[in-house]
Design a protein around this ligand. Sequence first.
Ligand SMILES: *Cc1c(COP(=O)(O)O)cnc(C)c1O
Length: 461
Amino acid sequence: MKYISTRGNAPALSFEEAMLAGLARDGGLYVPKNVSERRHDEIAALPGMSYEEVAYWLMRPFIGESFSAEELRTIIERAYAGFGHAARAPLVQLGPNHFLLELFHGPTLAFKDFAMQLIGQMFQTALAKRGERITIVGATSGDTGSAAIEAFRGLDNVDVFILFPHGRVSEVQRRQMTTPTESNVHALAVDGDFDDCQARLKDMFNHFEFRDAVGLAGVNSINWARVLAQVVYYFTAASSLGAPLRPVSFTVPTGNFGDIFAGYIARKLGLPIEKLVIATNQNDILHRTLETGSYTKAEVTPSISPSMDIQVSSNFERVLFDAYGRDGAVVAEQMADLASGGFTISQGAIDFLRAEFASGTASEDETRATIKAIWETTGQVICPHTAVGVKVAGEHLGATPMITLATAHPAKFPDAVREASGQDVPLPPRMADLFDRDERVTRVPNDLAAIEALIRERTGR
Ligand SMILES: *Cc1c(COP(=O)(O)O)cnc(C)c1O
């Protein structure tokens, strides 16, 4: 299987090469050259298989020659061994025909562990074979960074630097990034918002001299390997509820469009997904884009669901590429327009997007009211991101089972959860001493040269 860039102007790569590269050299994102439907009888055989077995079945054709069958099995086993639930991604019922897919049983209590734990094992296997050392730089609105650090801490061939917006992540998120003691881990607090962090990261990737000097690699949600990891739980969840014989719908709390893009891939692979609903918080660029056909950046307004406080939604480029019939030149043009504020999507492309996705948004008050209502009606405490999803899912319930992705554990956002529901949710025992550990963090300006200089000094490259 080959991977091509959404901007049509970079070499096609193998799975391993695309994984190590992250962003393509033309600024685009890698996507599989073709995604074809899986056989109905294979999908029908998924119930009863373990999460790891489904993951192997799903990923094998996408990996090509990059890992042997044996290597891939070992990678998957190791990736999910540290999860706190035997099902890995269990379903719980929330109301009539409405289910929550709990994606927070990994080591950092958010769904990003599904991708990051896998990618950590994949990088380690690939780099050991190549005898190479790389520098991973990631930008995070909170959860990616802690998941990346948890996945790469102490690995031999990797230095990991995480840029996060100073003062805009929750204390649990920050401490998960600043308390690991391994010397290959570097948490950088940037004076800016998440879009600034993401923009500096893109700048580094487009600065080829720096990129080559430090062996820069990305693990942000633009990395195809992460998207692939996330497709798995769409299959396990849907097949538990009767797919492929019975269709299901999903609602996905979204910021960077990574998780919901995985759902779109699941549908292309033949999973009968009736509705795929985008749920945004007050930073509702994706919802507005579907409504108006115009993708126009606004200021980021901090919310109680900070991992979705995003205006530039990187993975959206991947679906735009399909919406424009895989014309990389058009995508490149639109992305250039984005730099100056936004772009208008063609009628054909917006029709495509509206056929694939529904959308909705939740205000801060609606998010809090949903946390409270779910606590009162089910005894479950949900995190604010999940609450955004549950609120929007409520507008799309019907005869088809709805599965809302529960993207983080409520203990990761204790203040918002307490304010909304009156409940204190303890951290799981394995993290109970998080608030007693020493923090190690470097504050940096929102300035490319300063950040690059720091990385070169720390890595000695
Ligand atoms: C990252 C994150 C999201 C948004 O996911 P995207 O892939 O960026 O759309 C939602 N909820 C939580 C808890 C997250 O960490």
